[in-house]
Design a protein around this ligand. Structure first.
Ligand SMILES: C[S@@+](CC[C@H](N)C(=O)[O-])C[C@H]1O[C@@H](n2cnc3c(N)ncnc32)[C@H](O)[C@@H]1O
Length: 224
């Protein structure tokens, strides 16, 4: 019988958020955003990142139910929050040209068509195939890079996905590749976020697979 073990102990250091490590395993989602919004994420990881990086101005261009906006408001940080559902297409460079400069950008894009948000052709989740999704995601990343101040950070929450048609899709790998192609650099660990309360957790499948129980928060930086 295998024994489950507690998480490894982190080394002490001068971090202002001592519990923030490469594993984010917080069960409640907090009172941020709307738990019923499809694919919503909890607010605690965002709060930890904001308290660690201490940005003055945050951009949240795929806001969904407003989880990041709510965290920023609680912490008293200026935030510009928008989403395609309110008419803002962050894959279009002109829209991002008008929002000014930020020292932190948070994006939680659709994991391609795992959840389809709309049939708007600008919606990343409406991309008909993987190359189209990646082209759109690449445009979003490049637009975010353009609004980042020197030394500013872009945090992207992304999960891998299994597609009925094309099988396993390593979206976290592709996302990192697109960030590096855009000239962003990585100077801290990826964060593995445990996905508590996934809708798939209560389902039974006939097929055989290794269930993925996490997504990845990749943090990249604009060079100074
Ligand atoms: C995973 S959800 C974000 C959920 C959010 N983190 C929350 O907690 O509610 C992804 C969001 O991306 C938005 N989206 C998709 N394509 C977009 C685009 N081109 N521009 C802006 N938002 C887009 C969708 O409308 C959806 O709300």
């Amino acid at each position: 019988m295998m024994k489950t073990v507690p998480l490894p102990v982190a080394p002490r250091n001068a971090s202002p958020v001592s519990h923030l490590t490469s594993i984010h395993a917080v069960a409640p989602r907090g009172h941020y955003g709307n738990a019923r919004y499809p694919g919503n994420c909890g607010g605690y990881l965002i709060r930890d990142l904001l308290q660690y990086f201490k940005p003055k101005r945050v951009f949240d261009p795929m806001s969904g139910s407003g989880t990041c906006r709510d965290v920023c408001q609680e912490l008293g940080i200026e935030v510009v929050s928008a989403d395609l559902h309110s008419g803002f297409d962050c894959s279009h460079p002109k829209n991002c040209d008008m929002v000014g400069e930020f020292d932190f950008v948070w994006i939680h894009p659709p994991y391609w068509r795992m959840k389809v948000y709309s049939n708007d052709p600008r919606d990343l989740s409406a991309a008909r195939d993987l190359p189209e999704f990646l082209r759109k995601l690449s445009r979003v990343i490049v637009n975010c890079k353009h609004v980042l101040a020197p030394g500013g950070h872009l945090a992207i929450l992304m999960g891998d996905y299994h597609d009925r048609e094309i099988g396993f899709v390593p979206l976290t790998y592709h996302t990192k590749r697109l960030c590096f192609n855009a000239g962003l650099i990585q100077d801290c660990t990826d964060i593995v976020r445990f996905q508590h309360g996934n809708s798939s957790s209560s389902k039974t499948y006939k097929s055989t697979f290794i269930p993925g129980l996490h997504d990845i928060c990749l943090i990249v930086k604009q060079q100074k």
